[in-house]
Design a protein around this ligand. Structure first.
Ligand SMILES: Nc1ncnc2c1ncn2[C@@H]1O[C@H](COP(=O)(O)OP(=O)(O)O)[C@@H](O)[C@H]1O
Ligand SMILES: Cc1ncc(COP(=O)(O)OP(=O)(O)O)c(N)n1
Length: 310
């Protein structure tokens, strides 16, 4: 592989007020478009950000499962990251699938070279909805090591348990307790997600390193089409944080958007397994209303039966 040393500009220009946040997703590819960098770029765009992507891995997957994973040489991830940061000022980073310890080590080294003020959200992708593993055991240890350069981590309940070395929480109270322990131990914010628990409520919570717990209420969308919800939440969160400057407000806004995207997912008709969410449900509604509906504001179900159960 040949890499060409770029000459960085003296200083990349700061973001002008009102310009879309420049958000980098470091993640794997999902050709079905529901998870991975494809979901990240859609989520960033839906939150009015400018999305960029450095690929850690290529998966051969669809809505039914993961068939194969190809991990390019880790040096090629380094080349992607350096080409980007030599040229572009990055406003936020979202990390998804890392595939293995070597990839995590390359990313860790790069993260420690970019300005410490760049917010970093880590979605510690370990297992897909289909049950397929997306990270090996050495990779789990490496992901724990990355936490010290991250501002927020967004594990689902099994991932939260792995990060702590504890059994998976079976109820919301136990899950929040684990979030408090991880936030204190790793000195960062933890988003605890209720998606894997039963019931009509699907709360999320932002746990601070000082042990503060702030919940965001949510209603369950009764749908099998939840492929990529974790990717979408973390990418949207990173993007909204740049404008909001507050993790709780960014989480609340992202969760409201994602609930509407989940409710509209069935209408997409993508695949025969766990289909994707509709990242652009609000935009689509606006287009079909002849441009009279507020973009990103007043989402309504596209057809009877597709909405959020009351
Ligand atoms: N059926 C659902 N209805 C509403 N929100 C959901 C549903 N499933 C997941 N979510 C939300 O999607 C986001 C991702 O959650 P989760 O499914 O737990 O993570 P992951 O995709 O990493 O397994 C969270 O904000 C969670 O609350
Ligand atoms: C390439 C790739 N990255 C991540 C995932 C997992 O997606 P996530 O949103 O964390 O989880 P699910 O909601 O799909 O479980 C993936 N499948 N592929």
């Amino acid at each position: 592989m040949t890499t060409r040393a770029a000459t960085p500009p003296p200083t990349a220009p700061p973001r002008s007020p009102g310009a879309p946040p420049r958000v980098l997703a470091v993640a794997g590819s999902d050709p079905s478009g529901g998870a991975g960098v494809q979901a990240d770029l859609k989520s960033i765009a839906a939150a009015d950000g400018y999305g960029m992507a450095a690929l850690t891995a290529l998966t051969a997957q669809n809505t039914c499962g993961v068939r194969d994973v190809h991990v390019p040489p880790p040096e090629f991830l380094a080349a992607q990251l350096e080409a980007l940061s030599d040229d572009v000022a990055i406003d936020a980073v979202k990390i998804g699938m890392l595939a293995g310890a070597d990839v995590a080590a390359v990313l860790d080294a790069w993260l420690r070279r970019i300005p410490a003020t760049v917010p970093v959200v880590l979605d510690p992708v370990m297992i897909a909805t289909s049950g397929d593993r997306l990270l090996d055991a050495a990779g789990e240890t490496a992901v724990r090591g990355l936490l010290s350069r991250c501002d927020v981590v967004t594990p689902n309940l099994p991932e939260l348990a792995v990060l702590l070395g504890e059994p998976t929480a079976r109820d919301w109270q136990a899950a929040v307790g684990q979030g408090v322990r991880l936030a204190a131990r790793a000195r960062l914010h933890v988003v605890v997600k209720g998606g894997h628990l039963p019931g009509d409520r699907v709360p999320d919570a932002l746990v601070g390193p000082d042990g503060t717990v702030r919940e965001v209420e949510g209603r369950r969308v009764d749908t099998p089409h939840t492929h990529g919800t974790g990717c979408s939440l973390s990418a949207g969160l990173a993007t909204r944080f740049v404008r909001e400057g507050d993790w709780y407000r960014a989480l609340a806004g992202t969760k409201a958007w994602l609930t509407a995207a989940l409710a509209a997912g069935a209408d997409l008709g993508v695949g025969q397994g766990h289909g994707p969410v509709d990242h652009f449900a609000a935009v689509r509604t606006a287009v079909h209303d002849g441009g009279t509906a507020p973009v990103g504001g007043g989402w309504q179900p596209a057809r009877a039966g597709a909405g959020v159960p009351g």
